[in-house]
Structure formats: C-alpha cells, structure tokens
Design a protein around this ligand. Sequence first.
Ligand code: SAM
Ligand code: SF4
Length: 455
Amino acid sequence: MSQIDLDKFSRYSKPGPRYTSYPTALEFSDAFDYDAYLNYLESGTNQLSIYIHLPFCRSACYFCGCNVVYTSKADKLSRYVEYLKKEIDILASHLDTSREVIQFHFGGGTPTYYQAFELDEIIRYVKQAFPNWSDDAEVSVEIDPRYFNEEQMLVFQKHGFNRISFGVQDFDPKVQETIHRIQPYDETKAAVDLARRYGIESINMDLIYGLPYQTLESFKKTLELAWTIEPDRLAVFNYAHVPWMKKTMRKFDETTIPSPATKLQIFQHTIDFLTGHGYKMVGMDHFAKPEDELFAAIAKGELHRNFQGYTTKGGANLIGIGLTSIGEGERYYAQNTKDMKAYEAAIDAGRLPFERGVDLNDDDVLRKAVIMELMANFAIDIKRVEKEHGIDFKAYFADALEALQEFVDGDLVTITDEKITVSPTGTLLIRNIAMPFDAYMQKYAGSKKSFSKTV
Ligand SMILES: C[S@@+](CC[C@H](N)C(=O)[O-])C[C@H]1O[C@@H](n2cnc3c(N)ncnc32)[C@H](O)[C@@H]1O
Ligand code: SF4
C-alpha cells in the first residue's frame, strides 16, 4: 500500500457505525414487536445459524465493548444454563426445528468461563432441539486463553467444533496492565497449541489497535509475536472507545490512547506486515491465508458481513439465544433483553426474552445490501443492484454519489456506470465511504455520543 497522507486522513476521523448490521442497533426499537418477530420465526424456511451468548466474565477488561456480566459466582452461571434450556424449548415451539443448521457459534463474555460439563450440556440440548446439523456446519467458539483447559477442548472436539477464535488484543506488558488483562505470550501460545493438538484447523486471533499506550513500535512487536503463532485468520479491530456507554472504559487515562495519525500508521504497518507475511486482507479488519475459503467467496461475490465479522454462509437465518443476543432474517433484526431479571421473567412467563428490533422496509433492504457489499467486497456492482432491486442506481443514490465525490477526488473511490470501487488506501476509510448510503445517518450528524470514531 502506498504511503498515506496521515494529516489528510486524520480529518476523516468522526463517529460512524461499524456496520455489523444495517440499520444499526441504534434503530432497534419496540416498534418491531413480539408478534412480528414470532411471525418471522414461524414462517421462516431458510437454513439456520445459531448464536448462543454466554455473557459471564471473571473480571473486566477495561476496553471491552461486549455485552458482559462480571461475576465470581458459579451458581449464577449454572442458573443461566437452566434458563438457556428453557429459552431453547420456547424457540423450538415457534419454528421448524428440522431446518438445517449450517452454523453454530458460542460468543461472550467468556464461554470457557463455564466448565466442560456445562458446555457439553448446553450443546447437547441445542442439538436435541435442532437435530439437523449439516455435515460441513461451521461450529465455532470464542475463547479467552486465560480460561481454557483440555477438558473443555475435549467437549468441543466431541461436538465437531472446527473454528476457534482467541482473544489476545496486545502482547505488550504495559498495554496489558492498563487494559486490565494480563495474558503472557506463553499462555496464548499454549491455548492455541491445545486447540491444534485436538485438530482445530481454523484458528483466529483477535488483536485491537488504538489501545492505551500502544505505539507503532509496540504494535510492531505484537504483530511479530502474533505471527510466530501462525493463526489462520487475524482480526485487527479498531478500538471502539465509547465511554458514555461502557463505564470500564473510563478506568484508564484517555489521553494515553494513540492519536488518529498514530492509529493510521499502526494499521498501515499492520497491512504491510501481514501481507508481507503470508496473509491477505479480508474486508475492513480481517486477514487470512490466501487459501482461506473467504477468498473463494469474494471471487464469487458471496462474502457476507454479520455480527461475528465475515462469513461465507450468508443465506441462513441467524437465531440469537441468550441475554442481549441478536437474531437476523432477510427483513428483520431481533434483539433479546440486556437485563437479566427481564430475561428470566420473560422465560418464566413462557415467552422469548425478545425486547426490540427492526422490521426492514424495502429501502432498508436495498441499503443493507449496498452497505454490506461495500464492507465485505470494497466494491458495489451497480448493475447487479439495479437488477436485484429494480432501481436506477444513479438516480436513487444521487445524494450518496454526490457525497462520495470527495473520495473520488482524493483517488480513494472510482465510480463508473458499472461499478463503484474502493482503492486499497480507501479501504482504511470504508466506514466513511459507506455512511453516505445510510439513510439514518442524518439523525446523528453532530452527535458525538452515538458511534465510535472511524479512524
Ligand atoms: C466477546 S470478545 C472475546 C472473547 C473472549 N471473552 C476474550 O476476550 O478472549 C470478542 C472480541 O471483541 C473485541 N473487542 C471487545 N471490545 C472491543 C472494543 N471496544 N473495540 C474493538 N474491539 C473490541 C476483542 O478483540 C475481543 O476479542
Ligand atoms: S474482552 Fe472478553 S474477557 Fe475481556 S471483558 Fe470482554 S468479553 Fe470478557
């Protein structure tokens, strides 16, 4: 990648969505009600992707933006398993359980804060309720290397898990101390080795840039150490700093967060380093070995973006189970409550713990397709969008195209009659480039407390 003009790019640093969904979670509301959600569940015929949220963590990592419940009480964890089972029963009564399961994911929190027998119990329960698992289902779990043992790995192996994502974030001791997550290199290496010994072929590692005390030099070392472990995929996330939403983010001194210019330098180095060491970039913040199936999907225009990042499995309906989990169909998003008491009360009353969501109108469906294509493939096939949605692209998106002109002038985007293409340097600003296509953005213009910064 050519050298970027850091000052020029820093000016693009403004609040913007990460587009794991469109419309974004800020548009979820109770206007989409329980009956509408049930209706979608009951009439659905697509394959299923099941997500189970296990929200508990032993202690807080100060940077964490996930939906987490901190506890040291084992009975809280086991009580939640009982509720999960009841939620699964209620779900199973509202949808065709013979639909094929092509994806299963345990997310968190820290799924491996649970003991092996509890994880086994949950998976067996899901498999009993939804018995039709595809032979090549993608079965995955997020693992914190600080909480991972062989017994748990045996359970994952027994149930056919084939992907594991390890949270690392940064190897630098000063950064680790500041974010309240001490995780020595050897601990991470041992966790990955354990997974590999049990035949896990796809290992992902999460890193974050933009954390307190990170410098270009310190992150260079983190990347070198990460590389010695040779993960099959690497996610290098831009730190989303939203202290007005997450109190633990106020526990460190904000002024130690690297500047937008340093963050850009770090990310540019990340791209140069990883592409020079056997990886290719996928979408906004992921890297994988060239033989990864993600690239075959890109070639066919079939790479999809969802809450877990990038995937080749796009057509399935995502069913979210557990506190705060999000489900997704072609025309809706549905989110469970974030409040444990409300979660339990709903289930005790025989209802799904659904709280809010959004019913997509035709305009949302179209804009979602365009934004997700940009986020996944860094391009928009204008003719395909016109054919699939029956519109005249340039007329429909006249405003967006006008807003994109500044990126065209800066050689970051090219627009022809057939295609919108983002240049390799432009990919660093992909969230900014997607924003003109977002019909809700206007509402948040000028509001600092909506989204994290794009750069
Ligand atoms: C639910 S967490 C990870 C699983 C596991 N609990 C762990 O920490 O190893 C998923 C990932 O989200 C990323 N993440 C969490 N908070 C973030 C933030 N504020 N900005 C960017 N990425 C974040 C981290 O890289 C983390 O590994
Ligand atoms: S990063 Fe992982 S372990 Fe740390 S608080 Fe968040 S979910 Fe828990």
